[in-house]
Design a protein around this ligand. Sequence first.
Ligand SMILES: *Cc1c(COP(=O)(O)O)cnc(C)c1O
Length: 812
Amino acid sequence: MPKPDAETIRKSIVYKLIFILGIDPKDATEHQWLNAAMLAARDLIAEDFLKTRRAHIDNGKRMVYYLSMEFLLGRAFVNALINEGVYAEFEEAFKQLGKEFSDICEEEQDPGLGNGGLGRLAACFLDSLATLRIPAMGYGIRYQYGMFKQEIVDGQQVEKPDLWLDQDLAWQFARPNKQYSIKFGGNVQNDNGKKAWHPNEEVSAWAYDEIIPGYGGSVANPLRLWTAHAGNLFDLDDFNKGDYHSAVRAQNSDENITRVLYPNDSTDSGKELRLKQEYFLVSASVQDIVARHKCRFPDIRTLADEAAIHLNDTHPVLAIPELMRILIDEEGIEWTEAWNMCCKIFSYTNHTLMSEALETWPVDLMNRLLPRHLDIIYEINAYFLNALRAGGNFDDDFISRVSIIDESHGRRIRMGWLAVIGSHKINGVAKIHSDLMVNTIFADFAKIFPERFTNVTNGVTPRRWINIANPELTAFLDKHLGEQDWRLHLDNLTKLNKSAADAKVQAKFSAVKKAAKARLAKYIETELGITVNTDALFDVQIKRIHEYKRQALNVMHIIDRYNKILENPDADWQPRVFIFAGKAASAYYMAKKIIRLINDVARTINNDTRIRDLIKVVYIPNYSVSLAQIIIPAADLHEQISLAGTEASGTSNMKFALNGAICIGTLDGANVEILEKVGADHCYIFGNTVEQVEEIRRKGYDPLGYIERDHDLRRVVNQISQGTFSPEEPARYNDVLQPYGDFYQLMADFRSYIDTQAKVDAHYADQAAWRKSALINIANMGFFSSDRSIAEYCRNIWYIEPLSEQELPASR
Ligand SMILES: *Cc1c(COP(=O)(O)O)cnc(C)c1O
């Protein structure tokens, strides 16, 4: 189909409104117009989607299946228009209809199917997979309630349910013919020498396909999301006896499996329902992968040649025993052959080194829910440990450390160990993280399988994080680079290096930044009633609230600055607006307390007239992809201040630098590589290194020593703990800084952080120098495109080739 013009699109939208949605255009709300427009856009992509599917079947190409408990997609509509190259036409069509296009787009809700970085990474990867024409499919869960909606009431986080499915689902195709039975419980019997699982509970998994269009049209891949439906609808006996409630009780409890996303981004929730969710995702997806293979090929034994399955963190690791079960129990393949297939098929990305976040499940629970899988896990473990013993190089202590079963904490299954033993490649998400991974948590395994461990540094998609989020920067780059190809070849941005010092270019960039800051200022004014000065330095920290990310250290700097302005009001202070956003897991006491502290500090300082406009502190509620798209382009400085060794990669650091913000950060995660690319003059690094942090711990960390030696620090700590910011309840924050022994070493990094912030002020005062640094950041961030990450996965981990132009011709 040729690219449609605005007139055709307008007609299509009106047609959808009348004949599909049944609404008179005269009465239609903006939300209904949006739904009609999404249906019109979906028609354009559906063609690509079906052609892509056909190409996968006809060409029999090896495919990658990306399994993740989270996909934080953000809005789909504008993304689809940009990727299909019809944004201007839709905008024009709405002009003809007399509607404000941006208001229509604002009607779309974010589907909150993820918590944070891990889910957003999966979403960037789907965009790159489609754009690079990789034969790929995502698998996830269609939670009825996604991430909670955050409100800030009296300075505190309040969680509200997010009814995202309420919005009409113009974007997904229901697949009523794709249903799989997911079984739980029961027991395992020996039937004629063969193990047979007799489950006693059954739910059905129904598929919905979300279409993921690649940039430039032609390829659209599916993200298949599963929803739970009660196996046997309800007990007719109970119903006939008049007991309606019992009749539907079973149905409700089965359907609970896909009710909610666990609002938890790194600690183990330890909930039975969570284990059921994980198995539900895995079983439906693996059954589907096997069925798809049988559709395309005659022999299940060739599965390892045709399919790569990727495990995004340990959450979907049960896919390994599930595939073993299907191959052995259902396909009759012998154990060793099945195991060799699995080890070729699976690969695994590790996302955290923090031991409390490494998933383990009690053996008892596994036995109750998935007895056959427990059997298989035991067998895998025995096979693995026997081979080690036979090799004779490892002592008993080593063997018990690498055993999948942890005997020291009441018998638990270590999911990370299972992932490593069953995968042919294991990667970390930034260089420093991958190095630490093989030196710490997986050190023993790195001795056994050195060839398995590798690194793929994360990336982000420039389509969403520049093209959609920052239209002014997009226009600037198109014009300045004289091409639009940078969206696909982000390294092209290096051409900016040579004009970073050019005053004319800087002036244009300055207008770009100003426009984004004005947009954010307007949002803050409308949503929070706070007026901010757009000439002030916008200092931003937006991410999940977690002690390791050290939002509290940021607050300590704000308080110190407040103190110093009051002491010396006439000095030449650089006005700053401190912007925070982020959600805390609902059960995470300390994170919620930190949110409250930020808001109490904001209230105190914003209302202190002596400070004038020199400091404003703003907490923007309900952080999401769409909010990130407003905030990131407006940042001058971004805070990446986790304790060294704790942040696996970070990806907001990449989004910010791409949008011309300068980093203040520790040598942690991808900050290390950003520093390498943009250079030390354009990136502010402070604080202890991983080695120094370790050494401090080894020698016995003494936070009080730092407090005694540093007057500024002592003053800040006293103010927080003695109630300067909570006079109505002076003890409110007396547990925030000390009693947990300052595990994340805020006191040790305080001085270096404060001194580095002073350097930032001086740099910002020289606007020409600052703009130059901002431009140099943009110019050298090409490496951090998720296209580069995906190309590395394809080459080094999945062994997958893109569809060629012959296999799938371009559509327009
Ligand atoms: C990028 C992104 C993240 C990850 O942020 P980090 O600072 O890397 O932790 C989390 N949430 C949203 C909505 C994002 O867009």
